[in-house]
Ligand binder design. Structure first.
Ligand code: FAD
Length: 513
């Protein structure tokens, strides 16, 4: 073969222009490799999901008469790194050219960019996945500079002509966020459709992962529920458009512990299919738009706009923020947070019902929806001052969709405010009140959400005030938060002291909460 082409586990894009080229002289390689399983302790479903999707992609290419080398952990156990493996393959197959698609993660982009192979030309090509081309990112993003998501999103709506009537947004409004805040009432719970779960047998892969003693977290049931083929990914997209999109925006921020079989609520669960590139974001947006247009009003504009905002807005936006700010971005810790992540993040054993539910669900399914990630686990880490390195590691490991380019901006930046606000204009800090407003977690919790200073008081309440008090100098002049300090100052000295004392107790006994 004259050319070796590397396909990474998150580059399963069947529409890539590579596959329009002549097949004969090109060898494609997909490889399971310890470098990728071991850089963090991943959820077992994440490792198996990536490996299964890679194998299926390799088989689909073979069926279309491409030359494909699919290597398992057995085949690569002596390769210390990806460059070592590629050098070995180039030599074994006498390739003169090595091509790879631009990695989305800085770690891999640097490693492959630094690679040198004697007498082999190395070329990086675009992954052809995102709507915004990589080279255009610097037109919108500058290092260390805040750009509001909303501003970027409106530019994307215009640039790609999505939900536009000429120059004006469909529905005469850019953003229907205010309509995305409904709580789930009792009568709503029974109406939530069950999630579409696949039942793929991946025991062979799981056995291989176990045999190689890959360190993993979380649980894996007999059947694998996530899409691992393009056909399954498309099925999940259709299911979303038909059953979930009609209420997507409405209940986007809602949380409940009372629907164990409908744990993903109205969320799409498409992130794994998107991040592995089995689905293209344009394909997802176009499919959702055509469902909206054909729905005779069943899907209203607030629902479709809410969904488009996530993909065309947030997803493209965090990628831009990531690339212009790396590599420093990974080390920011403006709030000087140093505490270790409590043990219950790995087993769910806490009496705080909100955390228990979000963590248990994450361990069981490798998934939590956005508000669970942001306002339950994320908020807890923020107001208790957990070291952002540990927070990043947990998020990067536990979620099936976690890849650094999308995890890091959401975690270190949006939830932990570690960069002083490149994304968020204020920390997303909250007490128990917010959780109680948006969920049913507080009913039946060991702690009392209405109390702040007693032994029974919800820890989030005192921890919230303690967080604000600790960072007063930094936050007080922030116009989005200044008001809160006036509320704090209005409380009696006695109440403030008791609140801070309760927070101190919670922090000193964080493992016991
Ligand atoms: P839906 O609610 O159905 O949304 C549709 C799609 O929009 C998602 O599939 C995703 O592709 C995109 N999207 C929505 N919100 C965001 C966002 N904030 N950033 C980027 N894309 C978004 N998403 C990941 O894909 N990988 C991660 O590792 C990841 N880590 C996160 C960590 C934290 C602390 C937080 C607060 C959010 C994180 N997110 C991450 C964003 C978001 O929570 C997930 O994309 C979403 O929960 C995936 O579930 P879904 O497909 O059902 O999403």
């Amino acid at each position: 073969f004259s050319t070796l082409r590397l396909i990474l586990g998150d580059q399963l894009n069947a529409q890539h222009s590579w596959f329009n080229d002549d097949k004969d002289d090109v060898l494609y390689v997909l490889a399971e490799i310890r470098q990728e399983t071991d850089y963090v302790a991943h959820h077992i479903q994440k490792v198996c999901g990536f490996f299964a999707a890679m194998e299926n992609f390799a088989n689909a290419l073979k069926k279309a008469y491409f030359h494909v080398l699919h290597l398992t952990l057995d085949d690569t156990q002596d390769d210390a790194s990806l460059p070592d493996l590629l050098a070995r393959l180039c030599s074994a197959y006498q390739c003169r050219r090595l091509q790879y698609q631009r990695p989305d993660e800085y770690r891999l982009a640097t490693q492959l960019g630094d690679m040198e192979t004697k007498s082999v030309d190395i070329e990086c090509v675009e992954s052809e996945h995102f709507l915004l081309p990589y080279d255009d990112l610097t037109q919108y993003f500058r290092p260390n500079q805040h750009l509001t998501m909303e501003h970027f999103y409106r530019q994307m709506r215009k640039r790609f002509n999505v939900l536009m009537n000429g120059d004006t947004p469909v529905g005469e409004q850019w953003n229907f966020d205010a309509k995305n805040r409904a709580k789930l009432k009792k009568k709503d719970l029974a109406e939530i459709p069950e999630p579409l779960l696949f039942e793929t047998d991946i025991s062979r892969i799981n056995d291989r992962v176990a045999r190689h003693k890959v360190p993993t977290i979380g649980k894996l049931d007999e059947h694998f529920i996530w899409p691992v083929t393009r056909a399954q990914a498309k099925q999940l997209l259709s299911y979303f458009c038909e059953h979930l999109l009609p209420n997507f925006g409405r209940f986007q921020d809602a949380m409940t512990a009372n629907t164990p079989h409908r744990w993903s609520l109205y969320h799409s669960r498409l992130s794994f299919a998107l991040n592995t590139k089995m689905l293209h974001p344009k394909q997802v947006i176009d499919t959702a738009l055509s469902a909206y247009e054909q729905s005779n009003g069943v899907i209203d504009v607030a629902q479709i706009e809410g969904f488009v905002r996530q993909i065309l807005g947030w997803r493209e936006y965090v990628r831009g923020v990531y690339w212009v700010n790396m590599p420093d971005y990974k080390h920011y810790n403006t709030l000087n947070a140093k505490r270790a992540l409590p043990g219950y993040f790995w087993n769910g054993k806490t009496r705080m019902r909100c955390l228990e539910h979000a963590i248990d669900q994450s361990l069981a399914t490798a998934y939590a929806h956005h508000i669970q990630r942001l306002m339950v686990t994320g908020n807890f880490c923020l107001i208790t001052g957990i070291n952002p390195d540990e927070v990043d590691e947990w998020y990067l490991g536990i979620y099936i969709d976690a890849l650094e380019w999308v995890e890091l901006p959401n975690t270190r930046d949006m939830t932990q405010f570690s960069d002083n606000g490149i994304i968020a204009t204020k920390p997303y800090a909250a007490g128990g009140n917010y959780i109680n407003k948006m969920s049913d977690y507080c009913t039946g919790c060991h702690y009392n959400v209405k109390e702040k200073t007693t032994e029974q008081a919800c820890p989030l309440n005192s921890l919230y005030w303690n967080f604000l008090n600790r960072h007063r100098k930094r936050l007080e002049n922030n116009p989005r938060i200044g008001m809160v300090y006036r509320n704090w100052d209005k409380q009696s000295l006695e109440t403030r002291d008791a609140t801070l004392a309760r927070a101190k107790w919670c922090l000193d006994n964080i493992e016991a909460l």
